[in-house]
Design a protein around this ligand. Structure first.
Ligand code: C5P
Length: 221
């Protein structure tokens, strides 16, 4: 059978990256975490002392940044000028600023361009916010993955290791705020594509959802 492209979009903490990684491994596809790209731009912008509201500066930075994603054994590597920033892009600072950086048109244009190139040969599982709607509108299979706000906060809490100092309520508020900004931005906002299959992961195991996508979704695609 010919390889296809699979787009997995949805709000923060819905389990997209875990599910996407498992789907890719089951199908021997390549997993592309597009959130990591927006996080990398944010991280470098902050390193250079730029404000996330400096549209011209951050836009210019995104245009020229040497950004490479490498699927690795222990997770995806994110190389900026050849240096792996994967560990640094999950910081609280990046979390707090990434939605503002990713609302910048020039940033989105460059990222979408790189993402389309990665998907050219097919056989890619790409997760993000606008993959099914903007980056790969022709993806053969589109999933919109959600979960209740509480469950999404709880996952983030466990990911961080007992919240890493943050309370569950704080994490839930942070996630809600990031989702609001992602949904309300003018360019390529977070929204379910009309032809995407809606999956609510609340109370379900990863395996169960991966099965639904690989067995159910793929058969229909
Ligand atoms: O998926 P993750 O939570 O790592 O994404 C971080 C942020 O990157 C999102 O909150 C959103 O602002 C941005 N993003 C985006 N478009 C994508 C993927 C991520 O705007 N396709």
């Amino acid at each position: 059978t010919h390889p296809i492209n699979i787009a997995i979009d949805g709000p923060a903490g819905a389990g997209k990256s875990t599910v996407a990684r498992h789907v890719a491994s089951r199908l021997h596809y390549i997993y592309v975490d597009t959130g990591a790209m927006y996080r990398a731009v944010t991280c470098i912008a902050l390193d250079r002392g730029m404000s996330p509201d400096d549209e011209a500066g951050v836009g210019q930075l995104a245009q020229t940044l040497d950004l490479v994603l490498l699927p690795g054994e222990d997770g995806q590597k994110v190389l900026v000028d050849g240096i792996d920033v994967a560990a640094r892009i999950r910081s609280h600072e990046v979390n707090r600023n990434v939605s503002r950086v990713s609302a910048i048109g020039a940033v989105r244009t460059r990222m979408a361009d790189l993402q389309r190139r990665m998907a050219q040969a097919k056989g890619v599982v790409m997760d993000g916010r606008d993959i099914g709607t903007h980056v790969l509108p022709d993806a053969e299979l589109k999933i919109f993955l959600t979960a209740s706000p509480r469950e999404r906060a709880l996952r983030r809490y466990r990911e961080l290791g007992d919240g890493a100092g943050a309370t569950l309520d704080q994490l839930e508020r942070d996630i809600a705020e990031r989702d609001r900004m992602d949904r309300e931005r003018d360019i390529a906002p977070l929204i379910q594509a009309p032809d995407a299959r809606l999956i609510d992961s609340t109370g379900r195991s990863i395996e169960d959802i991966v099965d639904e996508i690989v067995d159910g979704g793929l058969a229909a695609a």
